[in-house]
Ligand binder design. Structure first.
Ligand code: AKG
Length: 259
């Protein structure tokens, strides 16, 4: 969806646009906010990320895994500049939409997904199991969402994620391979500067990267505060913590501050 310059500068969508974003989240399970991040800044971020990533994939066992199968690679971003910039870790527009959809939100997982050249198609999957009574035909309100920030333009050639709109409203996720072919999917094509919010229940998969460019997106997960995460908390250096606004500290309060 298009976002005005004024909304970007004030960090708040108009009532009308907020309603539009919430309806997209409700109906499709995701919404793309167009050109809300500074493109030059994201390009610089990508350059910094790729340096760290190149070292990351030299580590065992990743190095061999990549040599054997060109897997999708996750890398947790360190909670320090540039990743701790509030435009990224608690983007005001994304926080506004997620807050309106879920109430209080917290973040305990700051990750990234990279498709290197030749990466193969992933299995269709969801990122978090349904809560409570899977199979019981009642759909719960959203409890967890991911903010994806593409670090290069995402195209079908370089492996933009394939998503199945509306599948967050299914009451179970059994036999996805048998069910998805009859459902409509789209590719999450996006430009540098865009930001995507996705309900974690949406069926999706990473797609092959047929280019020589490394395709990365930040993947920052937010959820309602009562959800127990099994992952270790984010380690936040004290200097990064002190630079966060009170509101962002509230969002990251369940993590560990390191002196
Ligand atoms: O990178 C992508 O396009 C999707 C990655 C993904 O869904 C995953 O690794 O769980």
């Amino acid at each position: 969806m298009k976002v005005s310059r004024e909304e970007i500068e004030t960090g708040a969508l108009t009532t009308e646009n907020l309603q539009f974003a919430l309806r997209e989240m409700q109906d499709s399970g995701f919404v793309l906010l167009e050109q809300v991040l500074d493109r030059a800044y994201i390009n610089q971020l990508n350059a910094a990320f790729q340096k760290q990533f190149a070292l990351h994939i030299q580590q065992p066992p990743l190095k061999d895994q990549i040599a054997n199968g060109r897997i999708y690679v996750e890398m947790s971003a360190p909670f320090e500049p540039p990743y701790s910039d509030e435009q990224l870790c608690a983007n005001p527009l994304a926080v506004q939409v997620m807050g309106a959809a879920m109430g209080e939100i917290v973040c305990g997982f700051y990750n990234s997904n990279t498709a290197i050249t030749g990466t193969e198609m992933q299995q269709i999957h969801i990122d978090m199991k349904r809560l409570l009574f899977p199979g019981f035909p009642v759909v719960l309100p959203a409890w967890s969402m991911v903010v994806n920030i593409p670090l290069i333009d995402f195209t079908e050639e370089n492996g933009s994620t394939e998503v199945w709109p509306g599948t967050h409203l299914n009451s179970d996720d059994l036999n996805l391979d048998a069910r998805y072919p009859s459902l409509h999917s789209i590719r999450m094509n996006a430009r540098v500067g865009d930001l995507i919010i996705r309900d974690l229940r949406v069926w999706h998969r990473g797609m092959p990267n047929q280019t020589t460019a490394v395709r990365t997106m930040l993947a920052i997960v937010y959820n309602r505060p009562w959800l127990k995460l099994t992952r270790p908390p984010i380690q936040i250096p004290r200097t990064s913590w002190d630079n966060l606004s009170t509101h962002t500290q509230e969002i990251f309060k369940n993590n560990v501050i390191i002196d």
